[in-house]
Write a protein that binds this ligand. Structure first.
Ligand SMILES: Nc1ncnc2c1ncn2[C@@H]1O[C@H](COP(=O)(O)OP(=O)(O)O)[C@@H](O)[C@H]1O
Ligand SMILES: [Mg+2]
Length: 274
């Protein structure tokens, strides 16, 4: 699985944007990288994908440092796929199916196999109803799903999603959560960068908090987000379920469904007593 060892990176000499980053995505199925704007999330992802090269330290795949020659990067792309924050950065064709199929067609895969895989990924992102439309007629959320489909085409075991819910309305956000759950159910590792703290708390089993290019905290979300002061220092807020716990002494729930189920239980108990 993907990992980094003491990764440092700067766009300009002497100005470090990422400092000694150690990550191991084999620790969880869904890993969250949370950080305020400018904390280095996208820069980190571009290092993980080999688009940027660390100034020092390494990106590792199965414990081996990646190679930056054509063969090494080809190998990495078979294992790691990324969905950029802005779908327009990723979608090049007006025709949706051609865009999604690009990576496989580029590899010379047969049209029968391409059609099969297209069918699978279009179903997964729920895009079959609009995949015949030209790309410019799609909503932002639909474009986002097309970009995810494109990244899934090569069936890489590790998928990086940079700010997957940014700019989406609640319905679009919920849709992306469902898609992430489906990708995880296929046995893939998913890494999500976001400052949507409630999203990270809800769906990640491992979290790294990035503050000015350094890992400030890491571990399971229910532990990491209890560090009230450090979270604030990183210019983030705690997930609302954690706030309820810290400020009102309510037990720590991982999902709002769990909280509401227990609230319903308490209500039924008090009705019985009265
Ligand atoms: N192409 C670039 N050239 C120089 N500095 C950059 C470039 N891209 C990002 N930065 C700087 O690197 C830092 C981290 O940015 P970024 O990785 O985009 O953070 P995030 O994704 O967490 O918002 C910021 O200070 C940003 O201004
Ligand atoms: Mg970013």
């Amino acid at each position: 699985m993907l990992a980094t060892k003491d990764l440092c990176f700067g766009y300009e000499e002497g100005e470090e944007v990422l400092t000694r980053i150690n990550l191991d995505f084999s620790l969880g199925k869904v890993t969250g990288i949370v950080g305020a704007n400018g904390s280095g999330k996208s820069t980190l992802f571009m290092n993980l994908l080999g688009l940027l090269k660390p100034t020092s330290g390494e990106v590792l795949w199965q414990h081996q440092g990646i190679h930056y020659d054509k063969a090494g990067l080809y190998q990495l792309r078979k294992n790691v796929a990324m969905v950029f924050q802005d779908p327009d950065q990723q979608i090049f064709y007006t025709d949706i199916k051609s865009d999604i199929a690009f990576s496989l067609r580029n590899l010379g895969v047969s049209e029968t196999l391409i059609e099969e895989r297209l069918n699978t990924v279009l179903t997964l992102v729920d895009a079959k109803s609009f995949c015949h439309k030209p790309i410019q007629y799609l909503s932002y959320g639909q474009k986002k799903r097309v970009a995810i489909a494109g990244a899934l085409m090569l069936d890489a075991p590790c998928i990086l999603l940079d700010e997957p819910t940014a700019g989406l309305d609640p319905k679009g956000r919920e849709h992306i959560i469902q898609i992430i759950n489906k990708i995880v159910a296929e046995g893939k590792h998913v890494v999500i960068s976001s400052h949507d703290i409630d999203l990270i708390y809800q769906i990640c089993d491992t979290v790294y908090v990035l503050d000015k290019g350094q890992i400030a905290l890491s571990g399971q979300p229910e532990d990491v987000f209890l560090h009230t002061e450090r979270i604030k220092e990183a210019q983030l807020t705690q997930p609302w379920l954690v706030k309820l716990h810290v400020q009102m002494g309510i037990p720590l729930y991982r999902t709002e469904e769990a909280l509401f189920a227990s609230a319903a239980f308490l209500k039924s108990e008090s009705v019985e007593k009265s």
